[in-house]
Design a protein around this ligand. Structure first.
Ligand SMILES: Nc1ncnc2c1ncn2[C@@H]1O[C@H](COP(=O)(O)OP(=O)(O)O)[C@@H](O)[C@H]1O
Ligand SMILES: [Mg+2]
Length: 224
């Protein structure tokens, strides 16, 4: 079932006098529960399409439909609410808050996403998700004492703790070695399948492609 549609999305950036059309009419449909990998050379527009899909920036023209709702017609406040409750994000860098412990990072996310859990339920949810990503033993650790792979596991836990429908991942393994990358991809795959999350993932690492259900290649602002 199609849950997410990108329909003829174009994006033009203006740098001074110069206009650059970075996306030249992108069409994509994402199936519920599937991992779609977006590949292509650096500068081909992968991150731009991901951030437009996630409502982090606007398309110049075209539509983005999530569960039949047109994100491009929504107010910033409506998009913010959808992002907070239905979308999860993982980036190349884990972006953990340096002065919060592992479990505090996750509690913070539950507060941002405005889930209707009381304090006790929140704590239980954090425990559960930390077991899932195998970071329970490090719940009181600060980011500085975690390895790159551990940080990324916490970032993944934070991305899905509010049970989003969509996961947007931009080069989630780019800062990890091959073995850690495979661990992180296995985790993303297992979690998204178990929780029926639909994932759009940008990668330039061919080794990560076997983890995807579908692979889409971009070149010069077009899907090829
Ligand atoms: N905010 C912006 N302003 C101007 N140009 C941008 C902006 N964001 C991206 N670009 C340009 O758009 C092109 C595609 O960028 P990006 O989507 O980040 O590519 P990729 O993720 O595939 O490497 C690049 O040429 C980049 O310089
Ligand atoms: Mg990019």
């Amino acid at each position: 079932m199609t849950i997410f549609t990108i329909d003829d999305v174009k994006k033009t950036f203006r740098n001074g006098e110069v206009e650059e059309q970075v996306l030249k009419g992108i069409n994509l449909s994402l199936q519920e529960g599937e991992i779609t990998a977006l590949v292509g050379a650096s500068g081909s527009g992968k991150s731009t399409i991901l951030t437009i899909a996630a409502g982090l920036q606007q398309a110049s023209t075209g539509q983005v439909l999530f569960k039949g709702k047109n994100l491009t017609e929504m107010s910033q406040e409506q998009i913010r609410a959808i992002r907070a409750s239905e979308f999860g994000f993982v980036f190349q860098s884990s972006h953990l808050v340096p002065f919060l412990t592992v479990q505090e990072q996750l509690l913070l996310m539950l507060n941002v996403s405005e889930t209707k859990m009381n304090k006790q339920q929140q704590k239980e949810e954090v425990e559960k998700i930390l077991q899932l990503v195998d970071m329970h033993h490090r719940r009181d650790a600060y980011p500085a004492s975690l390895s790159g792979g551990e940080k990324q596991r916490v970032a993944i836990a934070r991305a899905i703790i509010h049970k989003p429908k969509m996961l947007f991942a931009d080069e989630p393994t780019a800062s990890l070695d091959s073995e850690r990358s495979r661990d992180v991809m296995t985790l993303i795959r297992d979690l998204t399948k178990t929780l029926n999350i639909t994932t759009l993932m940008v990668t330039h690492d061919e080794e990560m492609l076997p983890y995807a259900d579908r692979i889409i290649t971009m070149k010069d602002g077009l899907v090829i």
